[in-house]
Design a binder for this molecule. Structure first.
Ligand code: AQP
Length: 332
């Protein structure tokens, strides 16, 4: 079976709808057809200062949400990045192959560092895409299911895999991004020109899956749309309505054309009210399942320990090969 790998940061508690529709939803589908590895990327999370206890809690919370989203540890490998030291070990080799200029061109780094200012931006935030290269190449992943915002990092991973293979001989699988067009980018409800994001969105613009449904309903009802009244998918002229249609369509499996027909002649209010109900109905079992997994941290930790063991078996083999190719003397 082809292999996939992806990860999510244990940043601030709840996953948001962008994380779920853009990435995690595909992950559970892919576990049926692929040899799938999914991780909570706690090493990436500390590129921005984190309270240690919060990080620990959020790492378990992220793992619980992954399982609640349908990832089945018997059908895929779910683990925590820091449990597999090979990630940082391969990352160093990749740092030595990555140009300073090409790392500087990563738009996510440019955006985040320009907001923080040079002195508050860590070197870790700069090298984060290189750690991501190691994450992917260690598992010889064929595909990387992510949202559009991660495309550039996967492209860099491809460049580096080819560079390593060219210099040292065929070693790494060159991965492809796996990005579904319809859900590649879920937009902020208050500003449909930007992606829904923990760090950039205002609380009103972001739907957190673990929030009370009535909180999310209020946000959906005050989502920014346009002054027209026609419900039609048109990302250029009607980005707000198009975003709501995308969310509605993916959560219910109803085609966009069917939704346009259903809401023909009805106002934006009707769409927003019904979408609020759909989101509320969808999150209820998700929230309950997440709480169940959290209620038994020992069982959750055991799932993660087993996942780390499976992940290390693959990662250590790839790292040993890379160390050998680079010319590191084997430890006697
Ligand atoms: N708005 C989005 N639309 C589609 N996909 C998205 N992803 C994130 N936002 C959207 C995808 O979710 C996966 C996990 O991303 P992450 O670990 O970067 O999660 P995050 O830090 O929670 O994402 P944010 O909110 O975007 O945080 P910031 O802005 O702080 O970096 C990835 O596959 C991502 O593409």
């Amino acid at each position: 079976r082809p292999r996939v790998l992806s990860g999510i940061q244990p940043t601030s508690g709840s996953f948001h709808l962008g994380n779920y529709l853009g990435a995690v939803r595909q992950w559970s589908a892919l576990q049926e057809t692929h040899d799938a590895f999914y991780m909570v990327v706690d090493l990436h999370a500390i590129t921005i200062p984190k309270d240690p206890q919060e990080l620990r809690d959020n790492t378990r919370l992220a793992a619980a949400q992954l399982l609640a989203s349908g990832l089945d540890p018997d059908r895929c490998t779910v683990f925590v990045q820091s449990h597999v030291p090979e990630h940082t070990q391969l990352s160093w080799i990749m740092e030595c192959l990555t140009g300073f200029g090409e790392a500087s061109r990563m738009t996510q780094f440019k955006d985040k560092s320009s907001k923080q200012g040079a002195d508050r931006t860590s070197v870790g935030l700069f090298t984060y895409p290189v750690l991501q290269i190691a994450d992917i190449l260690l598992y010889q992943a064929n595909q990387v299911p992510v949202g559009e915002d991660q495309r550039q990092h996967v492209e860099l991973t491809r460049d580096l895999a080819l560079r390593f293979n060219g210099r040292y001989g065929a070693t790494f699988t060159v991965p492809e991004p796996y990005i579904l067009k319809e859900t590649a980018k879920i937009y902020d409800l208050q500003d449909p020109a930007i992606k829904m994001s923990k760090s950039a969105s205002t609380p009103k613009g972001i739907i957190n899956l673990l929030d009370e449904p009535k909180v999310s309903a209020k946000k959906i009802k005050s989502a920014v749309t346009d002054t027209d009244t026609v419900i039609r998918f048109d990302e250029d002229k009607k980005p707000g309505i198009s975003n709501l249609l995308t969310i509605y369509s993916t959560l219910t499996g109803t085609g966009i054309a069917e939704l346009e027909q259903k809401y023909d002649g009805k106002g934006y209010g009707a769409l927003k009210t019904e979408l609020s109900e759909i989101v509320g109905e969808w999150v209820a079992p998700f929230r309950a399942r997440t709480q169940e997994y959290l209620a038994d941290p020992a069982a959750l930790d055991a799932v993660l320990a087993k996942g780390a063991e499976k992940a290390r078996a693959v990662a250590s083999e790839t790292l040993a090969l890379a160390y050998d190719r680079v010319g590191f003397l084997p430890a006697a």
